[in-house]
Design a protein around this ligand. Sequence first.
Ligand code: 5RP
Length: 221
Amino acid sequence: MNSQDALKRKAAEAALQYLDGISVLGVGTGSTVNHFIELLASFKSKIEGAVSSSEGTTQRLKKLGIPVLDLNTVGDLEIYIDGADEINPNLQLLKGGGGALTREKIIAAASRKFVCIADEGKYVDYLGRFPLPIEVIPMARSFVARQMVKLGGKPQWREGYVTDNGNQIIDVHNLEIFKPIELEQTINDIPGVVTVGIFALRPADVVLLGTETGVRTLTAS
Ligand code: 5RP
């Protein structure tokens, strides 16, 4: 395990303390969450199951014998555990590096508590150094890309990648996101956009950052 991976593992371990009394949880996507899924296996007798944010996560959960439940039948969730590509001091996130942003945003919205787990390298003053993923309906890809140029970004098609929902992804470089809520709303309003990877309207409630010296807990003020 390299050192960044070890920090991800620490954050994932710290998330286990939030599972007391939880019957159904939401599970995100990515390498940090993969650590969490491994650890969740020892909790499987205590939970009814998990709502998954991607086909990849579903496969991992099932492999460990953790039932995967349909969000339509379980209703709102007590807790959602997921990673992020960037986290700012207001616990607003940039997500979607793994392409699962749409299902992740749905589960985050349907959860009473959103616990984000990450290595400390994800913590930034401002979002936007990491290219901003946008899931788009395929026929709207170029149109959305042109709108992103007007907003000052440099869009790049994630060529060959198809989301779990059958859509495409544009990664937008060169954005400095000083007003995450406003930009999330603006991009959401572009026809053809399915989801933008800014999670500011529904930020995390708790961030667990794996650091060299332990786990730093950030909470919404
Ligand atoms: C997937 C995501 C992930 O949470 C994000 O990309 C972080 O991934 P990792 O834990 O591998 O660094 O948003 O769509």
